[in-house]
Design a protein around this ligand. Structure first.
Ligand SMILES: [Zn+2]
Ligand SMILES: [Zn+2]
Length: 252
C-alpha cells in the first residue's frame, strides 16, 4: 500500500493533477473531472469557480435591488391612494399591491425567509384583488408578482446573494458573463458613458481593444466575453463619430 504523505496510515488512491503528490480518499477534491489533493483543490487558481462564487456570495443581486426600487414607489402610491378609494375594487387593488411590494422589499435582507414572505404575499394579494372586484379573474393581476417571486429562487445571481448552492454548470455560465474578462465589461460601460462625455470614447476604445487581445478560451480560468469587447469597440467608434460630427458641425 502506498501511504498518503500528509495523512499517515491512510492509503493513497491517486496523484494530484496540479502538484503530482499522492492523495488519500478523505482529502480528494474532484473538479471538472480532475482530481486534486486537499491543498491544491482549494486554491483560487484551481477552484476558480469557487472563487467566483465567493466573489458574489452575499452580495445583493440586481433582482433584490429591482424589488426594492419597484417596491418603494408602489407601496408609497398604494398607501397614498388607499384613504381616498371609493370602490371595493380600488381598495382590493391597492391593498394587494401594498402587500406584494412590501413582501418584495424584504428580499433585500438576504434572509432565506424573505423569499417565503414574498411567495406568501402572492395569494394574499390575489385574494385581495378578487375580494375587491368580486371577479376570480382579478387574481391574474398577481401573476407578475408570482413570476418575480419565482425568480428569487431561480436567478443564479440571487442564489449567490442568498448563499445557496449553485450548480457548476450554472456558475460557469455566470462566470462567462460576469467574471470573465472584466476589462471588456468595463469597456462596454465606458463606451455607453462616452455618448454623454466627449473624449471618453478614446479610453473605452483602447480598453475594448485590450479586452479583445486578452481573450483566451484555453486559459485557466478562460477569458471570454468576445461579443462584449467587440460591442464596446464598435460602440466607441460610433460614439467618436457622433462627437466628431458634432464638433465638426459646430466649427463649420
Ligand atoms: Zn496537489
Ligand atoms: Zn491524504
Amino acid at each position: 500500500m502506498t501511504e498518503c504523505p500528509v495523512h499517515p496510515g491512510a492509503a493513497a488512491i491517486g496523484t494530484c493533477a496540479r502538484c503530482g503528490r499522492f492523495y488519500c480518499a478523505p482529502e480528494l477534491i474532484l473538479l471538472d473531472e480532475k482530481s486534486y489533493c486537499g491543498e491544491c483543490g482549494v486554491r483560487d487558481d484551481v477552484d476558480w469557480l469557487g472563487k467566483h462564487y465567493r466573489n458574489f456570495e452575499g452580495r445583493r443581486s440586481g433582482l433584490a435591488w429591482f424589488l426594492l426600487l419597484l417596491g418603494i414607489p408602489v407601496a408609497a402610491i398604494s398607501v397614498a391612494a388607499l384613504p381616498s378609494t371609493e370602490t371595493g375594487g380600488e381598495r382590493g387593488l391597492f391593498v394587494g399591491l401594498l402587500v406584494m411590494s412590501v413582501g418584495g422589499m424584504t428580499v433585500m435582507s438576504g434572509q432565506a425567509w424573505s423569499r417565503l414572505v414574498l411567495l406568501g404575499t402572492i395569494p394574499l394579494a390575489a385574494a385581495s384583488f378578487v375580494a375587491g372586484t368580486g371577479s376570480p379573474w382579478a387574481a391574474f393581476i398577481a401573476v407578475p408578482g408570482l413570476m418575480l417571486s419565482i425568480s428569487t429562487w431561480t436567478d443564479v445571481r440571487t442564489k449567490l446573494f442568498f448563499r445557496r448552492p449553485v450548480e457548476r454548470v450554472e456558475l460557469r455560465k455566470h462566470f462567462a458573463r460576469e467574471g470573465s474578462n472584466p476589462m471588456a465589461i468595463r469597456a462596454s460601460r465606458l463606451a455607453l458613458l462616452s455618448l454623454f462625455l466627449p473624449g471618453l470614447s478614446v479610453l473605452s476604445l483602447s480598453m475594448g481593444v485590450m479586452a479583445l487581445a486578452r481573450i483566451d478560451s484555453k486559459a485557466v480560468p478562460p477569458v471570454g466575453n468576445l461579443s462584449v469587447a467587440l460591442g464596446a469597440i464598435i460602440f466607441s467608434l460610433v460614439s467618436s463619430l457622433i462627437w466628431l460630427g458634432a464638433f465638426f458641425g459646430i466649427s463649420v
